[in-house]
Ligand binder design. Structure first.
Ligand code: NAD
Length: 496
């Protein structure tokens, strides 16, 4: 493990300063490799949320940030990207410690956090309205920031996921109150310090730590908040949307998934590449990944060979300390999550699924929340392991006979975030990709993001799209201005 800076108590960041919570209550964030406490964290309440929203409101209504030109804000964002790169080692270490992400994978996520700021700096500089000339009028639209955004974030990749929202939100000229997940507060505090060092005006970026029910709930209901960006579970999204309804908050929701990897018999030409993708898409990021390819649907002709090969690879995945550069799978976030994930495995195995790999704590790792990479074959569509998001390193595999059955199984879920289709038949690839109810589909590939493309889910996987210009449809208002050129006839009333 690298030398870490002393980890101070994690305090709220409000109006440009770190503060204890009004209640003085704290909780502990735990190291998932031992479940020993890492740091005390302020447990935010409605009073802290109110102070943060008041600061963000003032920064929006009176401060310079929304009034700066897009070019000026873009420059600030590029400065933030540069600082993230400078402090990458600190961010990587904090997040590996807090959530157990393998360090080799965390390096890519930290690089992506910096890229989020650089990328949206470029997009906002190019953002432009439209103009419509009609008889006697010039009509045009302009982008304006919306106001104060409440960002409520999950624990699975907090730095990458929060910067994916923070960067376009700030680029558009909004101000922010971030509520990180209670299980992963460390990089949010470090980010608050970094944004202050980058020279963001006071109140533009605020952090309130704490639990969903006591800090997230007052944020999602606060009348001073205009936008809610939420990444997390659908059930939480329902509560947040209801809380925001009386003040008609605009919502962008990135929710759960149970994404299918649909493999046709003819996909075996480059079998090793296929196995690489199936294994990577479920076991990277400790399996705690919203776009995980968690359901392997394979045609009968390739099914046995593929599940055997994937299981053999799963058995060889290196599970261990997130700070070991060779680790491929770290611990799950919490003991209760570990227990929950194992519960799905046991239930499926008891129900007749074949446990081909994993299913238990790895030998030699008696403490912490470690779980072997797990593969379950012959999982029935009626089983909970097929239907529900497990959010851990567990792949369920189910065979299909033909294209019609493949599409039916792929769509037999309440989720629709990502899908992965593998075939060498060109027309089938396009046909099946379009037939699956999903926000994102990759053909003959793992998840490779292009930040210009719309990202988001259908069904219970989300509401809205972000990425490229799409982000600014959410983070901006568009005002239409109709300018009379003085030529059109105005109907005359009251002239007799
Ligand atoms: P979660 O819904 O339990 O918690 C997310 C956040 O909501 C946390 O900050 C939590 O404190 C807060 N929260 C909880 N109850 C609240 C309430 N009543 N009011 C306001 N806020 C509340 O989700 P999680 O377990 O942290 O994250 C895992 C989930 O996130 C998975 O379902 C995963 O698929 C999803 N996810 C989706 C994406 C995506 O891009 N679609 C990305 C990452 C994670």
């Amino acid at each position: 493990m690298p030398e870490l800076p002393a980890i101070l108590p994690q305090r709220h960041f409000i109006d440009g300063a770190f503060r204890d919570g009004v209640s003085g209550e704290t909780f502990e964030t735990l190291n998932p490799t031992t479940n020993a406490p890492i740091a005390e964290v302020s447990a935010g309440t409605a009073a802290d949320v109110d102070a943060a929203v008041t600061a963000a409101r003032r920064a929006f209504d009176e401060g310079p940030w929304p009034r700066m030109t897009a070019k000026e804000r873009a420059k600030a964002l590029r400065g933030i990207a540069g600082l993230i790169r400078e402090r990458a080692q600190e961010f990587i270490a904090l997040e590996c410690l807090d959530i157990g992400m393998p360090i080799a994978q965390m390096k890519g996520l930290a690089a992506r956090a910096a890229e989020n700021f650089d990328y949206f700096a470029n997009v906002v500089e190019e953002l432009h309205g439209r103009a419509w000339q009609t008889g006697g009028f010039l009509n045009y639209s302009v982008h304006k920031p919306v106001g104060v955004a409440g960002l409520i974030m999950p624990w699975n990749a907090p730095l990458m996921l929060s910067t994916w929202r923070i960067a376009p939100c700030l680029a558009a000229g909004n101000t922010i109150v971030l509520k990180p997940a209670e299980w992963s507060p460390l990089t949010a505090t470090a980010l608050a310090r970094l944004l202050a060092d980058a020279g963001l005006p006071e109140g533009v970026f605020n952090v309130v730590h704490g639990f969903g029910e006591t800090a997230g709930a007052p944020l999602s209901a606060h009348p001073g908040v205009d936008l809610i960006c939420f990444t997390g579970e659908g059930r939480t999204g329902e509560i947040i949307m209801a809380a925001g309804a009386p003040t008609l908050k605009r919502c962008s929701f990135e929710l759960g998934g149970k994404s299918p990897v649909v493999v046709f018999d003819d996909a075996g030409a480059d079998f090793e590449r296929l196995v690489d993708a199936v294994v990577f898409q479920i076991f990277s990021m400790n399996g705690q990944r919203c776009t995980a390819g968690s359901r392997l649907l394979a045609q009968q002709g390739i099914y046995d060979r593929l599940v055997e090969a994937v299981a053999e690879r799963a058995k060889r995945i290196r599970v261990g300390d997130p700070f070991d550069a060779t680790t491929e799978l770290g611990p799950l976030i919490r003991p209760e999550h570990h227990e929950r994930v194992l519960g799905y495995v046991r239930e499926a195995a008891d129900g007749g699924a074949r446990l081909l790999a994993g299913g238990d704590r790895p030998a030699g790792l008696p403490e912490g929340n470690y779980l072997q990479a797990t593969v379950l074959a012959d999982v029935e569509p009626s089983m909970r392991a097929f239907r529900e998001e497990i959010f851990g390193p567990v792949l369920v595999a189910t065979p299909f006979a033909d294209e019609e059955e493949a599409v039916r199984l792929a769509n037999d879920t309440e989720y629709g975030l990502a899908a992965y289709v593998w075939t060498n038949d060109l027309t089938r690839a396009h046909r099946v990709a379009q037939a699956i109810d999903t926000g994102l589909c990759w053909v003959n590939s793992q998840n490779v993001r292009d930040l210009r493309t719309p990202f988001g889910g259908v069904k219970r996987s989300g509401i809205g799209r972000e990425g490229g210009d799409y982000s600014f449809e959410f983070y901006c208002e568009q005002e239409t201005i109709h300018v009379a050129l003085g030529e059109h006839r105005i109907p005359r009333l009251g002239v007799g």
